[in-house]
Ligand binder design. Structure first.
Ligand SMILES: Cc1ncc(COP(=O)(O)O)c(C=O)c1O
Ligand SMILES: N[C@@H](CCOP(=O)(O)O)C(=O)O
Length: 472
C-alpha cells in the first residue's frame, strides 16, 4: 500500500467509525474512593448527591480495544481536513470527548489545531533554553482556549434541546473569555446566552464580544466570585444550563489542547507545561488529556505541570505553600491579568489532584513581574496577554532556581489573544502605570516631519548607525 492509500484507509475508517461503541458518563470526582453513582451526559447536573464536583468518565475498556497506533493514525488523518466535524481540533478527537453526540448536533467553529510557537529568542536570550514553546490557544474563534470547551458544552445543549429537555438558555459568570465563547457558540446555534459580568473589571474588547453576539449581558456590581455565586443560584431556579467549568463537559473539550501538544511533538509529551490558573478547570483538563494519551498508548509519559497565579489572586499558591494543608479562599485584588482575578476557584480539588499526580508546582507573579514578562515576550515577536505573562514569569523563576533545566522541553500555554488586552499594554508602553517601572516600555517617538529630525532619531535608536557614525 502506498502512503496515500494508508491515509485514505485511515480516513475511511474514521468516517465509518462506529463511535456508538464508545461512551461516557458523569461520575463524582472522587479519584481516591470511586463511588457507585453515575449520570447520563443528557442530564442537567453539576454536582453529585453529596455535593462533589463531577467528572466525565469514558469507557476506557472500549477505547483500549484500539491500540496507540490506531488512535495516532486516526487523529493524524483528520488534521487539515474539512470533513464535518473532524476538521476541528476538538472534534478530531471526538471518540475521546463526546462520543455519542450526532455529528449534525455539533456546534463548531473548527476551533483548536492552534500553533505551537517555537519561542526561540525568548528561550535562548532570556532563559538560556533551546526547547521552549508557546501553545497559542488564543489564536482561535473568540480569542481564547474557552472555545475548546464551549464547542462541547453548546453542542450538548443543542442536543438536549432537540431531545426536548426543558432548557431556555445557557448562562455563565465570566471575567470576559468564557462569556465571549459562550455568546458566539450560542449565537451560531440560535440558543439564548445569559452572561453575568463583574462591572468595570473586563476589557472593552472582551465586553463587546457578547454584546455583538446578541447575548443577554448583565453587568453586576460585584467581582467574579460574586457573579459565580449568582449564576449558580439562578441556574438552580431557572432551566438555564450552566456553562462555567463547574460543568465538567467543558473540560472534555479543553483537554484536547494537551492531546494536540503531544501530537505536535510527534506523539511525545513535553517535560513541563506551564499554565495560568484562575477558576482552575484548565490545569485539570490538561492533566486529563496527557493522562489519556499515556493510558491509551499514544505517549509514554506525562509532563510536570506548573500552575501560575497572579500574586493578587493566589489562593492555590497559598494552599501549595502550606504543604496542601489548608485551603482558604481569598478576596482577589485587581490584577492586570484580570481574567484570573478569582479568589474562590470552583475546581480547586481537580487542580490539586492534577498537580499532585504530575509532580506539579504552583508559582505566583507580582504585577511588575507579569507585565515585564509579557512585554519581554512581545519584544521577541509574540503578542501576549498579561495572563501569559504570569506563566512566563513563573518559568523565569523556575529557570533561575534551576528547577527547569536548559534542555527541558517546556510548553507555556498562552490561554488567550493579546489583542483583547491592548489598554494595559498601551499604558505600560506609555509608562502610565506609576506603580510599575515599565522596564521594557517602547514608547512611540514624537518627531517633526523633516528629514533631519527623523535621521537624528534613527541614529540615536539604531546601534549599527551609531557605529558607522563614529567610524566616519
Ligand atoms: C485568559 C485566561 N487565562 C487563564 C484562565 C484560567 O483558566 P482556569 O479558570 O481554567 O484556571 C482564564 C479563565 O479563568 C482566562 O480567561
Ligand atoms: N477566566 C474565566 C473565568 C471563568 O472560568 P470558567 O472556566 O469556570 O468558565 C472567564 O473568562 O470567564
Amino acid at each position: 500500500m502506498t502512503s496515500e492509500n494508508v491515509d485514505n484507509e485511515v480516513l475511511k475508517l474514521s468516517l465509518s467509525h462506529p463511535s456508538a461503541t464508545f461512551s461516557a458518563k458523569y461520575v463524582p470526582f472522587s479519584p481516591h474512593e470511586p463511588m457507585n453513582e453515575s449520570y447520563s451526559l443528557d442530564e442537567i447536573i453539576y454536582r453529585s448527591k453529596d455535593g462533589k464536583l463531577l467528572d466525565v468518565q469514558h469507557d476506557m475498556d472500549a477505547l483500549k480495544k484500539f491500540d496507540g497506533k490506531y488512535w495516532k493514525d486516526l487523529f493524524d488523518s483528520r488534521l487539515g481536513k474539512n470533513t464535518w466535524p473532524y476538521g476541528s481540533g476538538v472534534w478530531s478527537k471526538k471518540e475521546w470527548v463526546l462520543p455519542e453526540i450526532d455529528n449534525e448536533d455539533v456546534v463548531s467553529a473548527f476551533e483548536g489545531n492552534t500553533n505551537l510557537f517555537w519561542a526561540e529568542r525568548f528561550g535562548k536570550e532570556i532563559l538560556g533554553m533551546n526547547d521552549l514553546w508557546v501553545k497559542q490557544c488564543g489564536i482561535s474563534h473568540t480569542g481564547s482556549f474557552k472555545d475548546l470547551g464551549m464547542t462541547v458544552l453548546v453542542s450538548q445543549a443543542n442536543r438536549m434541546r432537540k431531545l426536548k429537555k426543558n432548557l431556555i438558555g445557557v448562562g455563565c459568570a465570566s471575567t470576559g473569555d468564557t462569556s465571549a465563547a459562550l455568546s458566539a457558540y450560542c449565537a451560531a446555534a440560535g440558543i439564548p446566552a445569559i452572561i453575568f459580568l463583574p462591572a468595570n473589571k473586563i476589557s472593552i474588547a472582551q465586553l463587546v464580544q457578547p454584546i455583538a453576539n446578541g447575548a443577554i449581558v448583565l453587568s453586576l456590581d460585584t467581582d467574579f466570585d460574586g457573579c459565580m455565586r449568582l449564576i449558580r443560584e439562578v441556574t438552580e431556579c431557572l432551566p438555564i444550563y450552566l456553562a462555567n467549568s463547574l460543568n465538567s463537559l467543558r473540560l472534555e473539550g479543553q483537554k484536547t489542547a494537551a492531546i494536540e501538544i503531544c501530537q505536535q511533538f510527534d506523539w511525545k509529551a513535553p517535560d513541563w507545561v506551564i499554565v495560568p490558573g484562575g477558576n482552575l478547570g484548565n490545569v485539570y483538563a490538561l492533566y486529563k488529556g496527557f493522562l489519556m494519551c499515556r493510558e491509551l498508548g499514544l505517549t509514554d509519559s506525562i509532563p510536570r505541570l506548573v500552575c501560575a497565579q497572579a500574586a493578587n489572586a493566589n489562593p492555590l499558591y497559598l494552599y501549595y505553600k502550606s504543604g496542601w494543608n489548608e485551603f482558604l479562599p481569598v478576596k482577589a485584588s485587581p490584577t492586570f491579568a484580570s481574567a484570573i482575578q478569582i479568589g474562590d476557584p470552583v475546581s480547586i480539588e481537580r487542580a490539586v489532584y492534577a498537580l499532585r499526580n504530575s509532580d506539579g508546582i504552583v508559582e505566583e507573579a507580582t504585577e511588575e513581574e507579569l507585565m515585564d514578562a509579557s512585554a519581554q515576550a512581545d519584544l521577541t515577536g509574540m503578542f501576549t496577554r498579561p495572563h501569559t505573562g504570569v506563566a512566563l514569569s513563573a518559568l523565569k523563576k523556575l529557570r533561575q532556581r534551576g528547577v527547569i533545566a536548559s534542555t527541558d522541553r517546556t510548553v507555556v500555554v498562552s490561554t488567550a489573544n493579546g489583542l483583547k488586552f491592548t489598554q494595559s499594554k498601551i499604558a505600560y508602553h506609555s509608562k502610565e502605570l506609576p506603580e510599575l517601572q515599565c522596564k521594557f516600555a517602547n514608547s512611540p517617538v514624537e518627531v517633526k516631519a523633516d528629514l533631519e529630525s527623523v535621521m537624528d532619531v534613527l541614529k540615536s535608536r539604531l546601534p549599527s548607525l551609531q557605529k558607522k557614525n563614529s567610524a566616519s
